[in-house]
Design a protein around this ligand. Structure first.
Ligand code: ADP
Length: 449
């Protein structure tokens, strides 16, 4: 097992990884930007290193600074968390050349799966159904039009290197297709320095259902059930739950097996997520793999009892998975709410600033993963998530009751948060009945205006 790990991230996930390391008896090295001197996990780390100014490009994405910190602090491994360098195959190669273990999949696996066009090819070859669409990248307007007319409108133009909902455009006709094609390419070029786009059938009101997987270096791959992440705003997740309220046991098994087939075909190692869309007829289609730990991983930890961060660290050190597929049982129902420093009543405008009051919810069935504390100032430079409220109860109905109670207890003053949105959503019959799709939030706000 590793003696010392550097955590190349910030916020709640850096704290989450610190906690896992402590429990494994591993020392931690925390890195931070000049805007992040107050991060909670710095207090628990064995060593802290400032890696640069506030902008991520000069700190959390600064490979030379991170490697220098890792070498000076003499760590054996780096955990990247999510975002930042977590799916950057170049960074993985640099770690490898410096003899530092990257806690995640191998560089070539990240590179292959990070290209969504290649990921779809791997899926197809493994017999995993993907969303019908173009056969690979679409090069020009004429090809885009031909593909779109052939699969039929509406279609979605997507960036091959895409993430975070960027570089994606819906087109309902030839005119919006041509505009969307150029807009998606420009956005992809500026966000990912890669303008490659492809086209998919736009699935009508789907649910987003994803499978958590774990794989070790010895060829063992397991899946840990699904998470339903249909509650999204602009293709960004807000609430995630497990099990998915509408999935049958047969669908669950089929999806889980498909995810494992894909992971094996890709030579996957570490924790990862295979994402699918579930259409209104119950058919599922692969969309992409997230080759890293995800924000919503606690939902799966709660229902399976498997500590995913611990498993990631263990398998990176060469150990075998501590569970087999037969060991994995889903118990009860878990839901996560992303508490973001955003104002839902002002078009989700970011609301950084000083947290004057913070009362975290607690009590039976409540888990609070957060780096926030009273007196903490949320910096404006990074992702707006300040906490994850995770509920685990015997049934979905009980989980919703506990969620209401916990959100009512929770008090954050000084900044706006998404709490008020969730309290309203919890009163909505479609959510209560588990009858939502990825357009729910956008329609909900459409109605309220
Ligand atoms: P990103 O990597 O940017 O997050 P994804 O491919 O994971 O992009 O898709 C994000 C979300 O966009 C999905 O959860 C879903 O809401 C929507 N989406 C993606 N592909 C389709 C599709 N073909 N039809 C309908 N919605 C889609």
């Amino acid at each position: 097992m590793f003696r010392r790990i550097l955590i190349a991230n910030r916020g709640e996930i850096a704290l989450r990884i610190t906690r896992a390391c402590k429990e494994l008896g591993i020392e931690t090295v925390a890195v931070y930007s000049e805007a992040d001197r107050d991060l909670l996990h710095l207090r628990y780390a064995d060593e802290t290193v400032c890696i640069g100014p506030a902008p991520s490009s000069e700190s959390y994405l600064n490979v030379p600074a991170l490697i220098a910190a890792a070498e000076i602090a003499d760590v054996e491994a780096i955990h990247p968390g999510y975002g930042f360098l977590s799916e950057n195959s170049h960074f993985v190669e640099v770690c490898q050349s410096c003899n530092i273990r990257f806690i995640g999949p191998p560089a070539d696996v990240i590179a292959a799966l990070g290209d969504k066009v290649r990921a779809k090819e791997i899926a197809r070859a493994a017999g995993v159904p993907d969303v019908p669409g173009s056969d690979g990248p679409v090069k020009d307007e004429a090809e885009a039009l031909a593909v779109a007319r052939q699969i039929g409108y509406p279609v979605l133009i997507k960036a091959a290197a895409g993430g975070g909902g960027r570089g994606m455009r819906v087109a309902h006709n030839d005119v919006s297709l041509v505009n969307g094609f150029h807009a998606a390419r420009a956005e992809a070029e500026s966000a990912f320095k890669d303008s490659t786009v492809y086209i998919e059938k736009y699935i009508d009101r789907p649910r987003h259902v994803e499978i958590q997987i774990l794989a070790d270096q010895h060829g063992n791959v397991v899946h840990l059930g699904e998470r339903d992440c249909s509650m999204q705003r602009r293709h960004q997740k807000l609430v995630e739950e497990s099990p998915c309220p509408v999935l049958s046991d047969e669908q669950r098994t089929a999806m889980g097996e498909a995810a494992v087939r894909l992971a094996k075909a890709a030579g996957y190692q570490s924790a990862g997520t295979v994402e699918f869309l579930l259409d209104r007829d119950g058919k599922f289609y692969f969309i992409e793999v997230n080759a890293r730990i995800q924000v919503e991983h606690p939902v799966t930890e709660e229902v399976t009892g498997v500590d995913l961060i611990r498993e990631m660290i263990r398998v990176a050190a060469g150990e075998r998975l501590s569970v087999t597929q037969d060991d994995i049982k889903v118990t009860g129902h878990a839901i996560e709410f992303r508490i973001n420093a955003e104002d839902p009543d002002a078009a989700f405008k970011p609301s950084p600033g000083l947290i004057e009051t913070l009362i975290a919810p607690a009590g039976p069935g409540v888990r609070w993963d957060s780096h926030a504390y009273q007196g903490y100032r949320v910096p404006p430079h990074y992702d707006s998530m300040v906490a994850k409220l995770i509920i685990h109860r015997a049934t979905r109905r009980e989980a919703l009751a506990t969620a209401r109670r916990a959100l009512e207890e929770m008090c954050i003053e000084g900044i706006a948060t998404t709490r008020s949105l969730f309290l309203r959503v919890l009163e909505h019959s479609d959510f209560i009945n588990g009858e939502i799709d990825t357009g729910f939030i956008d329609r909900f706000f459409g109605q309220q205006r």
